[in-house]
Structures are given as C-alpha cells and as structure tokens.
Design a protein around this ligand. Sequence first.
Ligand code: SF4
Ligand code: SF4
Length: 139
Amino acid sequence: MSDNFNPCVSCGACCAHFRVSFYWAEADDAGGGVPADLTEPLNLLMRNMRGTNARTPRCVALQGEVGQCVSCGIYEQRPTPCREFAMSGENGVGNEACDRARAKYGLPPLFFSSNPPLTESYVSLGASPASDHVQSPDL
Ligand code: SF4
Ligand code: SF4
C-alpha cells in the first residue's frame, strides 16, 4: 500500500504495554532530545517515559486510541527504545514483543514465519518509511 500502509498508525499497542526506559542523558535537560518533563526517574541511570511504568501503561506522548488511530507526540524526539523497536515482519523478521503487545489489545500478529516478508515494512507512529519503535523491559 501507499503511505496509508503503516500498521503502527492504527496500532500503538507497544506504547501502551511496555515500560519505555532509557539512559537518563537522552532527556533534554541533560543534552538529549527527549522532553524531560515527559519522563520520570527510574533509577540512578535510567528514566522512563511517564505513564509507561504504571500498572496499566500508556506513554504520556501517545495520542489517539490504541488499535484505532495513533501518533507519537514527540516523534522526532522519541527515545532510543522507541527508535529501535521493530514492527513484527519488518525486513522479514518477526518481533514477538510486537505481537504480544498487539495481542493485549485484541490485534492479530503482523507476521508469521511462513509468511513472505512484508514488502512495505516501516514502523513508528506517524512516520514515513523507517524502522523503529518502542520497547524496553516488559512490566
Ligand atoms: S511496533 Fe508493533 S506493537 Fe508497536 S505500534 Fe507498530 S505494530 Fe503496534
Ligand atoms: S513512540 Fe512516542 S508515544 Fe510511543 S512510547 Fe515512544 S515516546 Fe511514547
């Protein structure tokens, strides 16, 4: 499909399932790009996106409704785990964590090992072809 074919923009499950944690210096009060006021300390070395360390996680930067239409409010400033999290099927490789997050919201897995690789596999909320997304330790 065209630009409309990006499963992430109608998903967002990983932004509302995992704790999104990263090295503290990625925040903009320490020289990085992630808005510090959208983060909270996790430990001495790490921060996480606010909302993702909750019993029912949801990143404070996530806009829209999971499984319907979503976007990342800080797409250009999102932290490393968001940039590195691959949509299942991207480049022909499954991502169990993506499938698991989607399953939580009743969304089907995007990739089966018997499937041919997706030809237009790009990830990340609201982005053009790229390759990233969320993750970090599961709750
Ligand atoms: S990476 Fe997977 S879980 Fe995250 S938004 Fe994209 S399809 Fe959904
Ligand atoms: S991609 Fe954006 S909305 Fe999703 S977890 Fe990362 S910062 Fe939050």
